[in-house]
Write a protein that binds this ligand. Structure first.
Ligand SMILES: [Zn+2]
Length: 293
């Protein structure tokens, strides 16, 4: 995995992250969401196979997005008479998939990215890793990492490091929503995020500079910020008309095409001018968590 400073350089983030101040009201919000979630008690996913996972994610992207090729560094293709690997542009679905065993989180996954030539900020990818326990949730993880590959290969698609999980999580939510008519998978996903949110805000609140790694706490802040803003955006999509849904997807397509930024999209739906210190869920996002069926 990359060090945080490399990650910030690699993705060209402009904003220097500051540790979030976790207010008591945000802790209350976390507890409230936890209570809502416990009353629903939906946690049920089925096993599937990797071929079906790939098909579902490919179908999702082909129906919604125009995707671009990304730089792949292949150790399987070496330059003639050398052991120097070749970098070639490929469809993100051609990135090799690897598997790791993580029974504690079915959503586990990451993109293997490397940074070369710091001044020109060249990024390339060698593969995608997901959990070797293949379930319906693997569709979410795979869609998440494909989204990262499309954004990380662009210059300046995201300005603020703390916003870098938003579109990956947003696409996870849309695929989770599409996967089952009764929202079984979407609710399982929400439940996982609510637990994660509470865990992370408590960890940030209890941060001890003498003991804890600064990179780790900044990463926690990234997930907290991204999750709040993702749900603020997703509730607009979820309750929005067909036109609103199409509009948000078309704006994401502009970001994938390098014509807009994540912050420009967010600013149409929420206040992102404030530093992330005053973050909270919107009324619509609350309605979404509280929805009955
Ligand atoms: Zn991610």
């Amino acid at each position: 995995m990359l060090a945080l400073s490399d990650e910030i350089k690699m993705r060209g983030f402009k904003v220097n992250p500051q540790i979030l101040k976790i207010s008591d009201s945000l802790i209350d919000v976390g507890n409230k969401l936890q209570n809502i979630d416990e009353n629903k008690k939906i946690n049920q996913v089925c096993k599937t196979n990797i071929e079906d996972v790939k098909l579902a994610v490919k179908y999702f992207f082909s129906e919604n997005y125009k995707i671009h090729d990304i730089p792949y560094l292949s150790f399987y293709h070496l330059r003639k008479n050398t052991n120097i690997p070749v970098i070639k542009m490929v469809d993100p679905f051609e990135l090799p998939l690897f598997f790791e065993n993580h029974p504690e989180s079915l959503f586990f996954g990451y993109l293997i990215a490397k940074l070369i030539n710091e001044t020109k900020r060249k990024v390339f990818f060698t593969g995608i890793v997901i959990n070797d326990i293949i379930t319906e949730l693997s569709v979410c993880s795979y869609a998440h990492e494909i989204t990262h590959s499309l954004l990380d290969s662009l210059n300046g698609a995201i300005n603020d490091y703390y916003n870098s999980e938003i579109l990956s999580e947003f696409n996870e939510l849309i695929v989770a929503h599409l996967l089952s008519d009764d929202e079984r998978i979407l609710r399982t996903y929400d439940s996982y995020r609510v637990h994660e949110f509470n865990y992370l805000i408590n960890r940030v609140k209890n941060y001890k500079p003498a003991f804890d790694d600064i990179d780790d706490v900044l990463e926690d802040c990234k997930y907290v910020t991204s999750m709040i803003r993702t749900y603020n955006l997703f509730s607009e999509y979820y309750y929005g008309s067909e036109g609103t849904k199409q509009y948000i997807i078309s704006r994401i397509n502009e970001i994938f095409a390098g014509k807009s930024t994540v912050e420009e999209l967010l600013s149409e739906f929420m206040d992102v001018s404030e530093p992330s210190q005053s973050l909270t869920f919107s009324k619509k996002a609350f309605d979404y968590f509280e929805r009955k069926n």
